[in-house]
Design a protein around this ligand. Structure first.
Ligand SMILES: Cc1cc2nc3c(=O)[nH]c(=O)nc-3n(C[C@H](O)[C@H](O)[C@H](O)COP(=O)(O)OP(=O)(O)OC[C@H]3O[C@@H](n4cnc5c(N)ncnc54)[C@H](O)[C@@H]3O)c2cc1C
Length: 380
């Protein structure tokens, strides 16, 4: 096995795998993943939905541009990764959706206000504190496992190598290439792509590149079995409060996935659900609907990693030739992956992204944008 690559991607989550799927077959590609299996960290712990309203002004164009590829089951085309679900955004004592809804409706008239009477029909047993809601019919589930596996399959079919159990421990730029030390020996590459999720700043430092200031934040999900059936197609019920927020969606006939939408600053590590966050989730759920909880069947947590909360870093680092980033995907790494990977691959190949991504301005997502904004430099 040769240890020489044109591009070596660090990280086998959806960011690294989807970028690899775009590049495979076009150049000599390697992907290294520290764990024994790809998708073990954030990409194996998501709540698995696509929602256009999620993530704000920089994220929305990426989510919308990604929809066609997710629908078509890119990169394998074996089936669609999306399954219709719909969402209901609740309005209650400490959140008012009117401003956000007005902005959303200007782009898509399908968002619709629901009064208390209709809300009671849509979510029987809903607590009186929720006075109304708006619906987002285009929200879908994403088959995240199928999507990740298809990306890894595309890398292999294109002649790329996926090396699991291989952690980057250091790298040095010598004579126009990177000499990379890993837990499984030395590798060389003309270009590195840092797609190491919560570890991306650490990987940068090990390569002698300044960190971006990424912030990993822990989020918890619990799977509850309820004394209620018919939940398979329950819309995503979302309450976007800073102090009392949650979402839940049906998972099978009598189960839900529930998150207290926690965002607790944490370290890059194998995080687990904390007892307190599970208790908060259950308390918020019980103050929302009168559906009896029979069992807490599963609980987990993952790290959503942010670049100043609203930015993303894609493309070559202006301070480090041959060092690219695909980082800061926060809570929307799956729903933006087709677009993120298209922009990332275009930057590497020096060619325009596929036509459906034409409207995206890659300059808005460039690494070091935060430093530029902070320094007051003109910025796209
Ligand atoms: C609870 C929760 C709910 C979410 N819900 C959604 C949702 O509904 N929709 C959505 O779109 N997104 C959602 N997300 C966000 C989404 O899961 C992430 O944005 C996405 O998985 C990030 O992918 P990644 O590849 O950047 O990171 P990761 O999946 O963490 O992959 C990074 C990989 O890099 C590897 N690595 C680290 N250091 C090294 C090294 N030195 N050498 C080699 N490999 C290394 C790690 O082992 C890891 O596997 C959610 C996240 C969480 C936690």
């Amino acid at each position: 096995m040769s240890n020489q690559y044109d591009v070596l991607i660090i990280g086998g989550g959806i960011a690294g795998a989807s970028l690899g799927a775009r590049l495979a077959g076009k150049l000599k590609l390697g992907l290294i993943e520290a764990e024994e299996q790809c998708g073990y960290h954030a990409s194996g712990r998501s709540a698995a939905f696509w929602m256009a309203s999620y993530g704000g002004d920089l994220i929305r164009p990426l989510s919308l541009a990604s929809h066609a590829d997710l629908t078509a089951g890119w990169p394998s085309g074996e089936r669609s990764w999306l399954r219709p679900r719909g969402a209901i955004h609740l309005s209650g004592p400490d959140t008012d959706y009117r401003d956000v809804l007005a902005a959303l409706q200007s782009a898509d008239r399908n968002y619709r206000i629901v009064d208390r009477e209709e809300l009671e029909r849509l979510v029987p047993g809903i607590a009186p504190r929720f006075t109304s809601a708006y619906t987002e019919p285009s929200c879908t589930d994403i088959d995240v496992g199928g999507f990740l596996a298809a990306c890894l399959g595309a890398i292999r079919r294109g002649g790329g190598q996926v090396l699991t159990g291989t952690a980057l421990t250091g790298a040095e730029r010598r004579g126009g290439e990177w000499v990379v030390t890993t837990s499984a020996g030395e590798l060389r590459a003309a270009r590195l792509v840092n797609a190491a999720g919560a570890w991306a700043d650490r990987v940068a430092e090990r390569c002698g590149v300044a960190p971006l200031g990424l912030e990993p934040k822990r989020r918890t999900v619990v799977q509850l079995r309820l004394g209620r059936t018919g939940l398979r197609d329950l819309p995503l019920i979302d309450y976007s409060s800073w102090t009392d927020g949650f979402y839940f969606k049906g998972e099978g006939d009598n189960r839900i996935w529930l998150s207290p939408t926690d965002q607790t600053p944490d370290e890059p590590r194998d995080v687990a659900a904390e007892e307190e966050d599970v208790a908060i989730a259950i308390d918020r759920f019980q103050r929302t609907v009168d559906w009896p909880i029979e069992a807490v069947e599963r609980r987990w947590a993952g790290l959503r990693t942010f670049y100043q909360h609203f930015l993303l870093a894609i493309g070559e680092d202006p301070t480090a030739p041959g060092f690219n980033w695909s980082a800061g995907q926060g809570g929307w790494g799956f729903q933006t992956a087709p677009a993120m990977s298209a922009l990332g691959a275009a930057a590497i190949l020096g060619e325009p992204p596929p036509a459906q991504f034409d409207g995206l301005d890659v300059q808005r997502y460039r690494p070091r944008r935060w430093e530029e904004l902070r320094a007051g430099q003109p910025s796209a």
